[in-house]
Design a binder for this molecule. Structure first.
Ligand code: NOJ
Length: 526
């Protein structure tokens, strides 16, 4: 039997570079800020970083609008800062993976600018999805597709050569035109991009909208859907022509062919596909190494929902013959402390769920700030930056609330994040007790809980790919991993007795050896 590859059981730390640490005092986090805090990441015990996009970008969608896929934006310190980070991370045995955005470019990308200049029917326009509009003057969009960020998925450009202006497709913001993957130039360019970063020592990629890219040739209308399900991130419906088209698998096979030249590198796809058989297709041996599974993010804090999410994710992994992946949070969703009810209850539940997640076999993704128990922040209208706010006509506030910078020290904003008082998103009052400094010496803190759980996880020799469910009362959840560790969660409203066994870690106090609501514990048996 071959030894498991590093990614199959890694703890990845998702690092939103704008919000982690600012080294140059402009109020925005950067890569030298990450390098300066590698000791923190090392003491947290993570195996790898996933950096949200740092490529050159106008930052309309904070880097998911890439204008030059083979350079680092000066805002983050340029290429030299990335080289410094990769070298310093390697010295402490932390791998660096990057975000890759193959579905679309920025409208500032030279290709798109050339497409605008070249006009209808040109090879330049053939790199994107330009179409004539419907109706007498082409005034109506070519189909009824909606943007995930709200509003139509088409924007009209100015008339050229006396012809009515064409429309171009963008599944996200108008500043993120979708690439036409039927054009072989696109795959050739992506191969250059992959090799460019892999040759620089990057250990792999998180692939944005990995179920996007391929579009059906005739771009058929989509079925009418509830407004909410059009714009919500991390959702998908099986009959949605915008996503999960069969042609996407050939693209993943091409990507894998390149990755196979770098055997220590891995890909993890953002795949919003909830049918397990469809999801598993992305993880065939010649496609992605890992696929994000969003079931835990979507599960309510009930024993039933959490169990169902775990069972489903394990079943998908089994079907795909691939390591399961777990995540409670990311830069697109409300932070779990707030999802679970905010305040003391939200925090206790989030801590308990962290123990559930970190007990499970497979790869785990921790989103920066999760280890501090940060809640979402209610931001005033005038500071919101997420394009979702504008595109939804101010009906959806977007994702800024989970992207507020991390607090490092002190009692007032910006809590050691930056030398500038004005951070790119304002940091709230009252975060003093949540800072790294305040938590790192407190054995009861959320940070200490994460450190201990990750340390224990690293010491476990077998994680396998399955768990054994143990009988419990309906509001409890108990499973045993292949190495014998038992994880127990009390998702009910009453304190319960602990079963026999040695408690090696608990997410909260166990008064009198009993387990209060919203608590999880790890138990071992000699
Ligand atoms: C998914 C990313 O996670 C999200 O942040 C981004 O806005 C969209 N893809 C578009 O790239």
């Amino acid at each position: 039997m071959t030894a498991p590859r590093w990614w199959s059981r890694a703890v990845f730390y998702q690092l939103y570079p704008r919000s982690f640490a600012d080294s140059d005092g402009d109020g925005v986090g950067d890569l030298d800020g990450v390098t300066a805090h590698l000791d923190y990441l090392r003491s947290l015990g993570v195996d790898a970083l996933w950096l949200n996009p740092v490529m050159v970008s106008p930052m309309v969608d904070h880097g998911y609008d890439v204008a030059d896929p083979r350079d680092v934006d000066p805002l983050f310190g340029g290429m030299a800062a990335l080289d410094r980070l990769i070298a310093a991370a390697r010295a402490v045995d932390i791998k660096v993976t990057m975000d890759l955005v193959p579905n679309h470019t920025s409208s500032a990308h030279p290709w798109f600018q050339a497409a605008l200049a070249a006009g209808p029917g040109s090879p330049e326009r053939a790199r994107y999805h330009f179409r004539d509009g419907r109706g007498p003057n082409g005034d109506l969009p070519p189909n009824n597709w909606t943007s995930v960020f709200g509003g139509p998925a088409w924007t009209r450009v100015s008339a050229a050569d006396g012809r009515p202006g064409q429309w171009y497709l963008h599944l996200f913001d108008a500043a993120q035109p979708d690439l036409n993957w039927d054009n072989p130039e696109i795959a050739a360019d992506l191969e250059r991009t992959l090799r460019f970063w892999l040759d620089r020592g990057v250990a792999g990629f998180r692939i944005d909208v990995a179920h996007g890219m391929a579009k059906p040739a005739d771009l058929p209308d989509m079925a009418d859907r509830a407004a909410e399900s059009d714009t919500a991130m991390l959702t998908s419906e099986s009959n949605d022509p915008r996503f999960n088209n069969d042609g996407v698998h050939a693209i993943h096979r091409d990507i894998r062919t390149v990755l196979d030249d770098y055997p220590d590198a891995a890909t993890v796809g953002e795949v919003w596909v909830f049918d397990n058989a469809d999801f598993a297709k992305y993880l065939r041996p010649d496609e992605l190494h890992l696929g994000f599974n969003f079931r835990l993010v979507r599960a309510d804090f009930t024993a039933h929902a959490v169990r169902e999410a775990i069972e489903n994710s394990l079943a998908a992994a089994e079907l795909a013959d691939s390591p399961p992946t777990w995540t409670l949070s990311n830069h697109d969703v409300e932070r779990e402390v707030s999802r679970y009810g905010d305040g003391a209850q939200g925090l206790s539940r989030a801590r308990a769920m962290a123990l559930v997640m970190l007990a499970l076999p497979g790869a785990v993704f921790v989103y920066n700030g999760e280890e501090l128990g940060l809640p979402n922040v209610d931001l005033p209208d005038d500071v919101l930056q997420d394009p979702v706010w504008e595109r939804s006509g101010h009906t959806e506030r977007g994702r800024d609330g989970c992207r507020v910078p991390l607090p490092w020290s002190g009692d007032t904003a910006p809590y050691g994040f930056s030398a500038a008082a004005d951070t790119w998103l304002p940091m709230p009052a009252g975060w003093g007790p949540l800072t790294v400094d305040a938590q790192c010496t407190d054995p009861e803190s959320t940070l200490s809980l994460f450190r201990r759980a990750i340390e224990l996880r690293r010491g476990r020799t077998v994680l396998g790919r399955s768990v054994r469910w143990l009988p419990t009362a309906p509001d409890l959840l108990a499973f045993q991993c292949e190495d014998g560790l038992v994880c127990l969660l009390n998702a009910g409203s009453t304190t319960v007795d602990l079963p026999a066994g040695q408690v090696v870690l608990a997410s909260g106090p166990l008064p009198g050896g009993r387990m209060p609501p919203a608590t999880a514990a790890w138990l071992t048996y000699d």
